[in-house]
Ligand binder design. Structure first.
Ligand code: ZN
Length: 157
């Protein structure tokens, strides 16, 4: 069966794409989450804010046309990172918790949180966040990458 080899190559490529996409989301998400928090009158960014930001970024990503350049950049970063890892003693848990470690360095623990409040502000960032949250649960991802993204954001972040 000729397809077997091809399939595994495609899967690996998809996984790499998703890592690259999530990394590029993170950068924007952290900035936008900061804006959202400020506009809702709070002072600390919670995981929930980051979660909303990633949902909003997902919908942005699907509309974006200049994504390829940025995706390429992050893919290179991911590859560099993977190569770097090969030189180190490999630790099993490291890869799984990378996103979490990143989040923990940016946000406070839920137990330290002030009370959550939604932003009612009408600026583009806040409107985008609130819309994304409303849309998220009924959104049906179409491409493989969209499916993986939704799963990663729903289950791991
Ligand atoms: Zn706002």
């Amino acid at each position: 069966m000729m397809n077997v080899g091809n399939n595994s190559h495609v899967e690996q490529d998809d996984a790499e794409n998703v890592i690259a996409i999530v990394l590029s989301f993170m950068e924007n998400a952290v900035n936008d989450a900061g804006t959202y928090v400020e506009h809702s009158g709070r002072t600390t960014v919670s995981k929930k804010d980051i979660h909303m930001a990633l949902q909003a970024e997902t919908f942005e990503y699907m509309q974006r046309e200049d994504m390829d350049g940025s995706l390429l950049y992050y893919k290179e970063e991911v590859n560099k990172d993977l190569e770097h890892r090969k030189d180190l003693d490999y630790e099993d848990s490291e890869e799984d918790t990378e996103a979490e470690t990143f989040l923990n360095s940016k946000v406070v623990k839920d137990s330290d949180m002030e009370e959550y409040s939604k932003s009612l502000c009408k600026c583009p960032v806040c409107k985008r966040f609130n819309k994304a949250v409303l849309k998220w649960d009924t959104w049906v991802p179409e491409t493989d990458i969209e499916k993986i993204l939704k799963k990663v954001i729903d289950t791991q972040l």
